[in-house]
Each structure stands twice: as structure tokens, then as C-alpha cells.
Design a protein around this ligand. Structure first.
Ligand code: SAM
Length: 432
């Protein structure tokens, strides 16, 4: 057991009171407030903020970020191209302001929405934000574990959020004695054990040098990086497909996670790939599935068709490339144990996608580079993707025509969902 994993209600109230006093001093002083809001280089927190932002930069931007215990500013100003949500027990107090300070405008800081809430009750607060817990891609939880009334419940509250592949950054103060502002002593190994029980793997952690906080002494800040894991089979699958695919590891992992996630959620539907070339990514889709879903593979097996005026000029030289062989792909998929489940449909998408046997899709992989091909896939198959299902676009960042087809389709249908970034080109749409 950690030395103290639980503080009393009174200690918690005292901590909240200390928190108010602390923030009143900052928010009530125009110079300090300005500096905090303008640059976030509030000197006592700089090493800590820098490490967090490094990590956020390193581990890909994602669709939905939840800042648990965001305080009056959080990491909003660093978050670009994401949907940022926040929660804090004092959120309403920060927003309302009082004679001592000007209220916080979370929207101006980049937050889509911020609600009052604690990490222990994160699932309820997330519901109040209007977000599903499995839509959260990144969880930031900075200086919360050491403020909380109960570390174990707090960790469980955090661990219940996210989907397979969600990343969590937990940062907490390591002072040697609890203070009223940081009343709880946190045991990193206990946090790791609790997270592991809930299926999270700690990827990395480190401790910053002691930093001179305003109140009392600090032994530094510990920052832990977790990822919610799938099974450990991805590396093994990767070895089997990597020589037969143009996809990056990130995009292959995106397919793997998508299948694992629709399985975990018990969604119905088949797996579909449009554009298989030598069958590597189709095999990743099929082998990632443990439920015996049907795998549909569509390709002309005549290589890339000629692009149209909606594709960039450099696309012209690609016509005829990526020519796969249907017999070879059938043999490869059969060698991976997918023969029984797999339907290979040869021909141009415009002639083949309307298959009567294909009624519902759980995961759809669109990898056909050009505007027309991508448009045909979306027009024919989007409505068959079940709610909560995933569409992965391989070429969104690389080929302007593919991007145009996706953007036009989403705009035409009024679909608001954020595309998740897998790498410079791969995107995922989790169907609302
Ligand atoms: C980039 S390759 C696919 C790569 C593959 N997913 C992998 O794992 O490496 C694109 C494929 O899309 C197919 N394709 C493109 N447009 C098509 C269309 N309109 N109809 C049928 N096949 C098409 C091409 O024949 C080619 O095999």
C-alpha cells in the first residue's frame, strides 16, 4: 500500500480551499495572469510543460483530447487541430470569476467545452461534456493524482476512458510530504499496477529535476506515459504482412486497432478493403479479427487507373502501377488462414461495390489514391458502415484528389466528426 492513498473529506476541502487561494493570487494579479495566459511559461512549471508538449508532439495529434483537472488554463493553447475538452472541480469557479480576478474564458483558450468534474467521476463528467468515453484519444491528467481524495479511485476513473490505442499522460508532484495544496502522496508503482489491471501499458516515465513551486518544497514532477493496449499480437502480424504492403506501421496499426476495437465493442459488420495491391493490408485487417468476420477485398488487379482532373498532375505517371495479381493475393490470404472468410472481387469499383451479400461494414479501408476511386467507395459503402464503425483513408495526406473526395463527401453529408491522424497521410473516421 502507498503511504497515503486516501485523504479525508476535510483534507479534500482544505485542498480545494488552498487551490482557490493559490489561483486567486495568480488570476488576481494582472502581471502574473498575463504571463500565464500569454506564454504559459510560468517559470516554475516550464520544464514540466515542455516535457508534456514534447510528448504531445511526438505521439501524434489526435481527434479528441481530454484535459482532466485543467485548472484555469490547462494545455489548451498547445492543442491545435484537435477537439479539446476539459474538466476540473473548480471549473465553474474559474469561469465565473469573482471580484478578485477576471473569469476564465475556456473557449478562447481552445477548449470546445469544460465542465465541473473530478477524475474519480470522469465518466460522468465526460457524459456531461457530450462525448462518449471511447471517443477520447488523448488524456492529459496533470497535477491531479496528488490533489485527489483517493488515488486508486482516481486512476480507475481515468483508466475507464478511451479506446484501444488511447494515450494518457499522468503527471504529478513528488513532494516528500503532503501539503494542503497537494495532499496526497502518490506511489508510481501503485498507479502502474492499477493502470495495468485496466489494460494500460506504461510506455515511459521520468522525473523532472526539483522545481521551485510557490508553496513548500517539491521533489520534482513525475510524468508517466501510458497507452491503452490491444493484444500483443500486432508485432507478429506486422512481420507477416510488411513485405506485401505499402502501408506504414502506423497505418497498419490503425487497421489493427480499428478491428480490435469494433470487436471489443461487439459491433456487427464485415471488413472491407478497396484497393489491395499485393494483399498486405487486407491480411492485416483479416488477421486482426478474432470473430470470424467476412473480409471483402475489392481491386481491379489492373493497377492504378488513369487519374482525372481532380487529381494533381504528378498522379498521371502512376497509372498502371501497383498492379497486383488476384491469384497471388488469394494464395497469400489463404496462407494466412483467411481463405474461408475472404471474398475477392475483381473489377473496377464502379462495377463491383454493389454486392448484395455485403450489408453491414464494421471497418472499411479505402486505399485507392485517386479522387474518382475514393468517391466511388464512399458513395457506395459509407451508408453500410455501422455506427461506431471505422473508415480508414490511406491517402488523405498524400494525394490531394483522395483528400478532396473525402472532404467533399463529409461536407455534402454534413458529417462533423474529426479525422484521426495516424501518420502524415493516414486518417480514420469513427462513424458517429
Ligand atoms: C496503393 S494500392 C493499394 C495498396 C495496398 N492496400 C497495400 O497494402 O499495399 C491501390 C490499389 O487500388 C486499386 N484501384 C485503384 N482505383 C481502383 C478502381 N477504381 N477500381 C478498382 N481498383 C482500383 C489498384 O489496382 C491498386 O491495387
Amino acid at each position: 500500500m502507498p503511504r497515503s492513498s486516501r485523504v479525508s473529506e476535510t483534507q479534500w476541502d482544505a485542498a480545494q480551499h488552498a487551490e482557490r487561494i493559490h489561483w486567486r493570487k495568480i488570476l488576481g494579479d494582472p502581471a502574473k495572469r498575463d504571463r500565464l495566459f500569454r506564454t504559459l511559461d510560468y517559470e516554475t512549471q516550464q520544464p514540466y510543460i515542455e516535457r508534456l508538449t514534447d510528448w504531445i508532439g511526438l505521439y501524434r495529434p489526435a481527434g479528441v483530447v481530454l484535459d482532466i483537472g485543467c485548472g484555469p488554463i490547462g494545455l489548451g493553447p498547445f492543442m491545435r487541430g484537435v477537439k479539446l475538452y476539459g474538466m476540473d472541480p473548480l471549473a465553474e469557479w474559474f469561469a465565473a470569476g469573482e471580484p478578485a480576478f477576471v473569469g476564465v474564458e475556456y473557449a478562447a483558450l481552445g477548449y470546445t467545452r469544460v465542465v465541473k468534474g473530478t477524475a474519480e467521476g470522469a465518466a460522468q463528467a465526460v457524459a456531461a461534456l457530450g462525448v462518449r468515453t471511447d471517443q477520447i484519444d488523448v488524456i492529459l491528467c496533470c497535477n491531479v493524482l496528488d490533489h485527489t481524495a483517493n488515488v486508486a479511485d482516481t486512476v480507475r476513473g481515468i483508466a475507464a476512458l478511451g479506446h484501444l490505442g488511447t494515450e494518457a499522460l499522468l503527471a504529478y508532484d513528488l513532494r516528500t510530504l503532503g501539503t494542503s495544496l497537494h495532499p496526497t502522496l502518490v506511489d508510481g508503482e501503485q498507479v502502474k499496477t492499477l493502470m495495468a489491471e485496466a489494460g494500460w501499458e506504461r510506455i515511459n516515465y521520468f522525473t523532472t529535476a526539483p522545481v521551485p513551486w510557490h508553496v513548500n518544497e517539491s521533489a520534482g514532477v513525475r510524468i508517466e506515459h501510458y497507452r491503452r493496449q490491444t493484444d500483443l499480437g500486432f508485432g507478429w502480424l506486422l512481420k507477416r504482412v510488411k513485405d506485401r504492403t505499402c502501408l506504414s506501421e502506423e497505418r497498419l496499426q490503425g487497421l489493427h486497432w480499428a478491428v480490435a476495437e469494433v470487436n471489443a465493442r461487439g459491433l456487427s459488420g464485415d471488413l472491407v478493403e478497396c484497393g489491395c495491391y499485393r494483399g498486405g493490408s487486407a491480411a492485416m485487417l483479416g488477421m486482426s479479427d478474432t470473430r470470424g468476420r467476412r473480409l471483402w477485398v475489392f481491386d481491379s488487379f489492373e493497377g492504378m487507373p488513369a487519374p482525372t482532373g481532380d487529381d494533381p498532375p504528378e498522379a498521371a505517371k502512376e497509372a498502371g502501377t501497383c498492379r497486383g495479381d488476384a491469384g497471388d493475393v488469394v494464395a497469400f490470404l489463404a496462407a494466412q488462414g483467411l481463405r474461408e472468410r475472404c471474398a475477392i472481387v475483381k473489377g473496377l469499383f464502379r462495377d463491383t461495390l454493389a454486392q448484395p451479400g455485403l450489408r453491414e461494414i464494421a471497418v472499411l479501408h479505402i486505399d485507392c489514391d485517386w479522387y474518382e476511386s475514393t468517391k466511388q467507395c464512399l458513395d457506395a459503402l459509407y451508408d453500410k458502415v455501422v455506427s461506431g464503425g471505422v473508415i480508414q483513408f490511406d491517402d488523405y495526406g498524400h494525394w490531394a484528389g483522395a483528400r478532396k473526395a473525402v472532404d467533399e463527401f463529409l461536407a455534402r453529408r454534413g458529417i462533423q466528426a474529426t479525422l484521426k491522424v495516424l501518420d502524415y497521410t493516414g486518417r480514420q473516421l469513427w462513424k458517429p
